[in-house]
Design a protein around this ligand. Structure first.
Ligand code: SAH
Length: 346
C-alpha cells in the first residue's frame, strides 16, 4: 500500500517529489497545498504541471470523509469521520473566545476498558496512523473556517499504546500545521515504561495523566490496567517525567458521586501530590448509558476543589462541552452504528 502524503515533513515530501522525477521546489508547493489549502487530491494542485497532476491524481493524500456532524448550542461540533477502510472515529471541535480546540482520537476504539468510559465499552479495533490524526485537525479547521489553536488527545483510544504514530502526528501538528507544542496535550491512563518513552522525546507538549482515584484500591476498581501498574509506580514515573522534560504534569480526576468525591479523597490526593509540579483538572463525570455512576452536585465539586486549594494544589474544573449534542463523549459512534438506540442525548 502506498504511504499517504499527510503527516510527512518538508524533507520527506522533498524525497517523494524527487522520486517522482520532479524538482525539489515542488515539495514546498505540495506542503503548502496539503497543510494550508487542505488539498484532498493532487489533481487539485493547480501550480503543478498538468501532465504530472494527471499521473498522480489517485496518489493517496490521507484525508477522511465527514460521515456525520452535529452542533451543540455552545457551538461544539462532534464529527464522525470515515477512514479509508470504512471504519469511523470521533473528533470534536470546541470553539471558545479566541481558541479552537480539537479533541482527537488516537485509536479506533480502545482496549483499556475503563469502567466509566463509553469508548472502553466498545472494545478495540486498531491504531490510527499519524496521517489519520493530522487529518482530524485539518478537517475541523476547514469546517470551522478558523485556525486550530489547541489539540487534545482525549478522544477515542490510549495514545501511549500508539506512541510511535502519536509522536509523528505531534511533530506534524507542530511543524507542518503550525500549532505550538505547549498547545498540544497528550492524555494517558498511564502504562508501564511508556511514560519514560514519551519523556525521552523531550517534547514541550502538555502531558496529562488520568488519575481518577486517590488510592490504589479505588483506581484499580475504575481502571482495570491499574492492577498491573500501581499508583505509586505511576506517580514515580510522572516525577521522572517532570525532571526530564522540565514540564509539569496535569492530573485529570473524574468526579463520581459518593465514590471518589469525598473530602477524605481530596486530602488523600493532596498528600500524594505534595511538592509535585502539577495541576489537577477535575472532570465532573459525563454520564454514559452503560453504567450508573452519578455526577456529583456542584456544591460537592466546589468543596473538593477547595479542599485541594487548602492543601496548595493548583486545581481547575473542566465541565464537558457539547453535552447537548446528540451524544455524550465517546458515544456518537456507537449510537450512529446502532440506529435502533435512537439518536438523542445519552
Ligand atoms: N486514554 C486516554 C485519553 C482518552 S480519554 C486517557 O485515559 O487519558 C480523555 C479523558 O476523558 C480521560 O481523562 C478519561 O478518563 C476521560 N473520560 C472518559 N470517560 C469519561 C466520562 N464518562 N466522563 C468524564 N470524563 C471521561
Amino acid at each position: 500500500m502506498l504511504q499517504p502524503l499527510l503527516a510527512l515533513s518538508q524533507p520527506e515530501l522533498t524525497d517523494w517529489v524527487q522520486t517522482q522525477g520532479q524538482p525539489a521546489y515542488r515539495a514546498k508547493q505540495l506542503h503548502q497545498w496539503l497543510y494550508q489549502k487542505g488539498a484532498r487530491s493532487l489533481s487539485e494542485i493547480s501550480v503543478f504541471p498538468k501532465a504530472w497532476r494527471q499521473q498522480v491524481a489517485d496518489y493517496p493524500v490521507g484525508r477522511s470523509q465527514i460521515d456525520y456532524c452535529s452542533t451543540a448550542p455552545d457551538q461544539t461540533r462532534k464529527y464522525l469521520l470515515r477512514l479509508e477502510d470504512g471504519l469511523t472515529v470521533e473528533t470534536v471541535g470546541m470553539p471558545t473566545d479566541k481558541r479552537l480546540t480539537v479533541c482527537v482520537s488516537s485509536q479506533v476504539g480502545c482496549p483499556m476498558a475503563c469502567d466509566f468510559c463509553a469508548t472502553g465499552k466498545g472494545g478495540f479495533t486498531r491504531n490510527l496512523q499519524a496521517y489519520e490524526i493530522v487529518d482530524q485537525v485539518l478537517t475541523v479547521q476547514e469546517d470551522f473556517g478558523q485556525r486550530v489553536s489547541n489539540v487534545v488527545f482525549m478522544g477515542m483510544g490510549e495514545p501511549l499504546l500508539n506512541l510511535e504514530q502519536v509522536v509523528v502526528a505531534l511533530r506534524s501538528l507542530n511543524q507542518d500545521v503550525g500549532i505550538g507544542q505547549r498547545s498540544l496535550t497528550v492524555s494517558t491512563v498511564g502504562l508501564p515504561k511508556q511514560i519514560q518513552k514519551l519523556a525521552a522525546h523531550q517534547l514541550q507538549i502538555t502531558f496529562a495523566v488520568s488519575l481518577h482515584a486517590s488510592n490504589q484500591t479505588l483506581r484499580q476498581q475504575l481502571i482495570p490496567s491499574a492492577a498491573h501498574y500501581t499508583l505509586d509506580q505511576l506517580l514515580a514515573d510522572c516525577r521522572d517525567y517532570v525532571q526530564l522534560t522540565k514540564r509539569r504534569v496535569t492530573f485529570e480526576y473524574i468526579l463520581l458521586a459518593g465514590l471518589n468525591d469525598l473530602p477524605e479523597h481530596a486530602q488523600e490526593l493532596a498528600k500524594h501530590l505534595r511538592g509535585f509540579q502539577t495541576h489537577v483538572n477535575l472532570i465532573p463525570y459525563n454520564p454514559i448509558s452503560e453504567v450508573d455512576y452519578q455526577r456529583p452536585s456542584r456544591q460537592r465539586i466546589e468543596q473538593f476543589k477547595q479542599q485541594l486549594e487548602r492543601d496548595r494544589i493548583a486545581v481547575s474544573i473542566r465541565y464537558s462541552r457539547g453535552l447537548e449534542a446528540d451524544a455524550a463523549c465517546g458515544q456518537l459512534r456507537s449510537l450512529r452504528q446502532h440506529p435502533d438506540n435512537g439518536n438523542k442525548p445519552a
